[in-house]
Design a protein around this ligand. Sequence first.
Ligand SMILES: NC(=O)c1ccc[n+]([C@@H]2O[C@H](COP(=O)([O-])OP(=O)(O)OC[C@H]3O[C@@H](n4cnc5c(N)ncnc54)[C@H](O)[C@@H]3O)[C@@H](O)[C@H]2O)c1
Length: 353
Amino acid sequence: MGQNSRIALIAGDGIGPEVMRVGVRLLEHLRDKKGLPIELWSLPFGAEYWLEYGVGLPDAVFAEIRDTTRAVLLGALGDPRIPGHEHAREILFGLRFGLDLYANVRPVRALVDRHVPLSGRAASAIDICVFRENTEGLYAGIGGQLRRGTAAEVAIEEDVNTRLGVERIVRAAFDYARREKRRLCMSDKSNALRHAHDLWQRVFHAVRSEYPDVPSEHLYIDALCYELVRDPARFSVIVCCNLFGDIISDLVAALGGGLGLAPSASLHLGGTQPGVFEPVHGSAPNLAGQGLANPIAMLRTVGLLAEFLGAPEQRAAIELAAGQALEAGECTPDVGGSLDTDAAGDAVLRRLR
Ligand SMILES: NC(=O)c1ccc[n+]([C@@H]2O[C@H](COP(=O)([O-])OP(=O)(O)OC[C@H]3O[C@@H](n4cnc5c(N)ncnc54)[C@H](O)[C@@H]3O)[C@@H](O)[C@H]2O)c1
């Protein structure tokens, strides 16, 4: 089957190591029982490393990841002892921007009816994949502060939108919608953000004309939030800028049963660079160390990784096993169960074996 795919593992902070432990057991299962040719490479980066050595991700390690791996699997980053999030930014943004991972893909498919928080909606109503632009917008880090700490303080954050950046994420979403035979909604705030989101409008209309077979619509972001709660089944693929994608994907995750279930992948579609795979959730310091973290977001993230490595049937099997474990109530308290993280992971892994 050719050369092994090297996967870098960064467990990170808070519940990161707890869900990573379960994710690694699934990777070992895929390697040892399903013949997925992978080699695992554990890295020690996160808050502890930053506090001890003052570095998030050393340049030499970044270069080794870029040059020798197929993917990075991340737990979560964020630690109350580092309130400025310096280490998390260095690692997460270092990988996203350094590898130009412009597409943050966040699929949410509800697995169990009772997890959908809207009354009268079945799980089948929630199957939405958010394509979030991942390298520009308000996350580009351009701006500054003037007269900091005074009553006359000024803080500026620039919203960076390039034609290349907008076009490639809109195109990626249309390609996916065409391949999967799904509807697409582009969302912006072009009625208020008259420069940046006017660009999104023009690019959307130009790209859309190349995909007449893909049903598509536009909604302002406020209208999208409203409609997502009112009629979620209307939505299938959503594409939007970095900030709106960050926010809307948490809303969509809630519709699908919560952050404990939501996976994500950051990719440079059409390129050869490694992808970064991580649950949508953060380090949840309120849960850390108590066995309360739901491992299913991580297991579904490994599913996305398996698909990226050319084994979509393994992702389908993981989705099925997770759904069966959830339906049986063999899960963590956030989704109505009473198992701890490891036992909830076992409930899924047992069904895969
Ligand atoms: N990509 C990342 O690593 C990432 C993403 C978001 C937030 N963060 C960081 O994480 C820290 C905590 O942020 P937050 O509290 O806003 O977001 P969070 O995602 O960590 O938690 C939000 C809520 O969801 C719950 N939750 C999250 N993951 C869960 C899981 N697996 N199982 C059960 N419940 C779960 C938490 O208990 C909390 O109530 C901050 O430092 C933040 O910057 C990191």
